[in-house]
Unconditional design. Structure first.
Length: 159
């Protein structure tokens, strides 16, 4: 398995995996997510790949056809300036993380997450953060197994 920064040729694979992520969320929270869609358009994905403040990483089998990604991590740099009550923090936020449903259980997610963690550490980030939807308990278990812990909780009351 090879893990590297995403390039424009990875667009079809990222598009396909974004659909898998959206399907999980739309099944779990159809009141919030629209089935059959995805989080980003093709132009937005290409913009992410080109943006140095939005590092994008992909995992692939070196012998696979172009676009046949095993997974991705789409990230964003978040710099929080100091305030009278908060420390300045440079965070790498994992905006979207997916392992192809046919590759789950093969340690692709672990390798990809550890790659992102090492990259962030090398770049001097203080921490890595992400959001996980409660309708996706397997994702939460995965992140906990990677050593992540709850930083804060966002709650809702549906009206």
């Amino acid at each position: 398995m090879l893990i590297r920064c995403a390039v424009d040729a990875d667009l079809p694979g990222i598009r396909r995996l974004l659909g898998q992520v959206l399907a999980v969320h739309a099944e779990g929270r159809p009141d919030l997510f629209r089935a059959g869609t995805r989080k980003y358009t093709d132009d937005e994905i290409l913009g992410l790949i080109a943006d140095t403040e939005r590092p994008c990483f992909v995992a692939l089998d070196e012998d696979a056809a172009p676009g046949a990604l095993l997974g991705y991590a789409l990230c964003a740099v978040r710099d929080r300036p100091a305030s009278h009550s908060m420390q300045p923090i440079r965070t790498l936020y994992i905006d979207d993380f997916c392992v192809d449903e046919d590759s789950r259980g093969q340690h692709v997610g672990t390798a990809l997450y550890e790659y992102v963690l090492d990259w962030a550490r090398d770049q001097g980030f203080y921490n890595i953060t992400l959001n996980v939807w409660e309708c996706n308990p397997s994702a939460r278990r995965f992140y906990e197994a990677m050593g992540m812990q709850v930083q804060k909780t966002e709650m809702e009351a549906i009206l």
